[in-house]
Design a protein around this ligand. Sequence first.
Ligand code: AFP
Length: 280
Amino acid sequence: MTDIFDAIQKSAIRIKDAIDVKDIGYSQQENSSGETQLQLDIKCDMIIEEEFSSVASIHTIASEEKEKEMLMNKDGKYFIAYDPLDGSSLVDVNLSVGSIFGIYENAFGAKNMVASCYVVFGPRVEMVFAHNKAKLHLLQGENWEFTKEIRLNEKGKLNAPGGTQQNWEPYHKEMVDSFFAEGYRLRYSGGMVPDLHQILLKGGGLFSYPGTSDKPEGKLRKLFEVFPFAFIFKTAGGGAIDGQNDLMTIDYAHIHDTSPCFFGSKYEIARVKEVYASNK
Ligand code: AFP
């Protein structure tokens, strides 16, 4: 898997350069979620596709920016689903964004995930790669330096509640409020990568993106966003559920499927499970 890791590291350096260039116009195309694609999304997608095209162990790729999956090498064994630039609408307000990668063996699907990775482009560029452990790396010039292993505490202090509040279920709102009443602080930028990165590095908390009255299946995509972060949180000693079920046990039907999702340390995830079980 080292060749995949290297290709992601190379892509990240090129994506950082692409973000730095003042080129954030819209293209004429829409992605499969019906969003008008930014030129930058397309550029980042191309960079990753190019870097992956020279890795023989990759069988198929699926990108959040592409309608369909794409065969790379029929003899490869890895299937990689990636979101080239998650939160790209935040670039023009100069907030942090990220790339997310789910690495699956033999086929896509949570049960086949063997590793996952994200890169956060903020004041610094950092990468978290989870395989047996979740490891943080920092970009220094053109070199990546291992910083530390990430481990979550049993309980955190941050609360990152996603989705339109107007469309939350009343019991979801009550649960979010109950964390604030317990002293949790609000941390939500609208970029999944920096929001989850903050929770991972500050020791814990809760990120939620529930099913809502307008989006019962949530907004975040299973293969590109939900499964990769579920894998990282579980590897770091936390939890990841859809309200009831462990996210790493749920199926997908289409590559662009979404799911409600909750990521956090053990304490917060246990509370979510309890609240959602009693409101089934
Ligand atoms: P964009 O890629 O369209 O900016 O969306 C970002 C994102 O998918 C994810 O990074 C955020 O956690 C989530 O959307 C924020 O959505 P809300 O604005 O509905 O909270």
